[in-house]
Design a protein around this ligand. Structure first.
Ligand SMILES: *[C@@H]1O[C@H](CO)[C@@H](O)[C@H](O)[C@H]1NC(C)=O
Length: 312
């Protein structure tokens, strides 16, 4: 069935976000700035956490894992888009496209799993503060992070292999800035039912399970916070969870809007805007939302940036 037409498309065209040259210039500057800010912000956090022994706790280990994943996440899409703009090209090879898809969704999964692990960490810290150190052991942390990488890779491998089975024979223009699943499925001339079914079942499960963990953690956290007698204490507990909650809502809101909508109500522009949010803006905002309200991390960042490079 497949194979006959396989060779007729050897590359795809990434049409990008706009066809008007002036808008393209503007988007280039915008995406370049957002990319540099993402890399810089997340690297600063990695550096601050690794150099400050007081930040060697599970919460900060997970946060530095998240920063690492966010740098990788932006790096799978934005540099290719910027390079194509500079080179005046829209091409991406067939294997390049599948590779890009693999890593985009690996890092989406990782963001997803790490946000759930961080929610569990907050749940233990707020609801079982006395058992925190005995529950969140080094082994458990490493196990949760390693497990996330393994499950993420297996999940993405499944969907990438299913995509590699498809034939693409006519149109090869992707009206997007990276190789996303939905536009690729639309371009394929084979039967995509199996792919769609797997996305809506296994793919959805991998997305929804961590989301449910986060919701359950927050139900318990909310219960514990409401039992705090003083208003000041409640606010303090809420403000650290509020940043996590903001990141979580931004991330899941956009993903649900893009991938789990009935296709009849899809609007290409709205989808693209939502994709830009979760692929470019979320990794940019994560370090800022998460850390700038945190006094310990701010102190470590100040030391890294070197307000006092030569302490007396
Ligand atoms: C990620 O988390 C693990 C487990 O806590 C930790 O050992 C590791 O150092 C972290 N990695 C990074 C890049 O921070």
């Amino acid at each position: 069935m497949s194979g006959a037409n396989q060779s007729s498309v050897s590359e795809f065209l990434l049409l990008g976000l706009s066809r008007q040259p002036q808008q393209q210039q503007l988007l280039f500057v915008l995406f370049l700035s957002m990319y540099l800010a993402t890399v810089l912000g997340n690297l600063l956090i990695l550096l601050a956490i690794s150099t400050d022994a007081r930040l060697h706790t599970p919460m900060y280990f997970f946060l530095s894992n998240l920063s690492f994943v966010d740098v990788c996440f932006s790096s799978t899409t934005v540099p290719k888009m910027l390079a194509n703009h500079v080179l005046g090209s829209q091409a991406i090879s067939f294997s390049g496209c599948l590779t890009q898809m693999y890593f985009v969704f690996l890092f989406v999964d990782m963001d997803n799993f790490l946000l759930a692990v961080m929610a569990y960490d907050r749940f233990v810290a707020v609801c079982h503060p006395l058992h925190y150190t005995t529950k969140m052991t080094r082994q458990l942390c490493v196990l949760m992070v390693a497990g996330s990488w393994i499950v993420g890779n297996l999940n993405v491998l499944l969907h990438t292999l299913l995509m590699a089975q498809l034939s693409f024979c006519g149109d090869n223009a992707i009206p997007h800035f990276f190789c996303d699943v939905t536009p690729l499925l639309k371009l394929s001339c084979s039967d995509t039912h199996l792919n769609e079914m797997m996305i809506l079942t296994e793919g959805a499960l991998v997305m929804i399970a961590p989301f449910v963990c986060i919701l359950v953690s927050y139900v318990f956290i909310a219960g514990a916070v409401l039992r705090v007698p003083s208003l000041g204490g409640r606010w303090k507990a809420f403000s650290t969870c509020g940043s996590h909650l903001a990141v979580v809502s931004l991330f899941y809101g956009t993903i649900i809007a893009v991938y789990f909508n009935p296709s009849s109500s899809h609007s290409a522009e709205r989808d693209t805007a939502a994709t830009v949010l979760y692929t470019v803006v979320t990794p940019l905002l994560n370090p800022f939302i998460y850390s700038l309200r945190n006094r310990d991390l701010k102190g470590a960042l100040r030391r890294v940036v070197g307000q006092k490079p030569f302490p007396a």
